[in-house]
Design a protein around this ligand. Structure first.
Ligand code: FE2
Ligand code: FE2
Length: 296
């Protein structure tokens, strides 16, 4: 539901999708092969970096850790975008093809499918078989998509887009990262910026007049989605693949270390979103601090 004063803004977004589509086949230099001095992620994004155990890995193991982890992160994006498309499709069935909402959402759905295809191709180029989402992730996500109304699902999509965009921005800005990966991040960053803009306009109607209970619930939903996403990044399989000696220990420490770093460096835009609808209070603040290590 778009406020009347925002109609022109959405028309502009539709025009941009039409006039400047970003096609992964053309935008990404897929032919470029990796060089041994190139990285797969900026060091500070690697889960274990900053922990004492990271220093015990060889240079090659550190490089491979970034390879498996960036593939895992992209698989997490693609999988959650698949869920978003599942919701978009069922929402589109309820709309008239002449409505503004339909006209934008069908563009966004097409772009999200292109992103999933692009991430899958990049994962294959990295020669990684990522770990699949856990049973808990599968059950929670299918319940989520089935039981919640569109306002909550759009809030979930927005929360995930905001955190994926943090990694995208940092990867594309680091010149030492493998170029095709930087271009994947650049494409995603540009189009996600448009999606985020649209979703904020769409949600304004729901958040502007929301009472205490709704604002609390929206604040909880943003937190839960970020937690859902972050917990898909660090997997046991990654440490098995790089030949870590104590896989369980490395996995546990990497999860704890990422939680700490993620809370300090990756939550600014999500916190600003929750602040914008006054969603932080005595219920949501302790949850954000406990589960996300957020400074709120
Ligand atoms: Fe996307
Ligand atoms: Fe998106």
């Amino acid at each position: 539901m778009i406020a009347s004063e925002d109609i022109q803004k959405v028309e502009k977004l539709i025009k941009l999708s039409d006039s400047e589509p970003l096609i992964p086949e053309e935008f990404i230099p897929w032919h470029i092969e990796e060089r041994s001095e190139e990285k797969f992620m900026p060091d500070h994004l690697v889960s274990l970096e900053g922990h004492a155990l990271y220093d015990q890995l060889t240079a090659l193991q550190k490089r491979e850790l970034a390879r498996y982890e960036v593939a895992q992160v992209m698989h997490s994006y693609a999988w959650s975008e698949g869920l978003a498309c599942h919701f978009f499709n069922s929402h589109l069935l309820k709309l008239s093809p002449t409505s503004l909402e339909y006209r934008y959402l069908i563009k966004e759905t097409i772009e999200e499918f292109r992103h999933q295809d692009m991430f899958a191709k990049m994962i294959r180029k990295l020669d990684v078989e990522p770990a699949r989402p856990s049973w808990t992730h599968k059950v929670l996500s299918s319940m989520h998509v089935r039981i919640f109304p569109p306002s909550i699902l759009f809030m979930s999509v927005l929360a995930i887009e905001l955190v994926t965009d943090v990694y995208g921005k940092k990867i594309r800005q680091d010149d030492t990262v493998f170029e095709p990966l930087r271009k994947v991040s650049e494409l995603h960053h540009i189009e996600e910026g448009r999606h985020i803009h649209y979703t904020k306009l769409w949600l304004k109607h729901y958040t502007e007049n929301a009472g205490f209970v709704k604002r609390t619930f929206y604040g909880f939903i943003v937190m839960a989605n970020i937690l859902f996403m972050r917990t898909m990044y660090v997997r046991k399989r990654t440490f098995q693949k790089i030949g870590a000696k104590e896989v369980a220990l490395y996995t546990r420490c990497a999860r704890e270390n990422l939680k700490k770093k993620f809370g300090e460096n990756c939550l600014n835009s999500a916190i600003a979103l929750v602040d914008s609808f006054d969603g932080f209070n005595f219920i949501t603040k302790p949850l954000w601090r406990t589960f996300l290590n957020a400074k709120v």
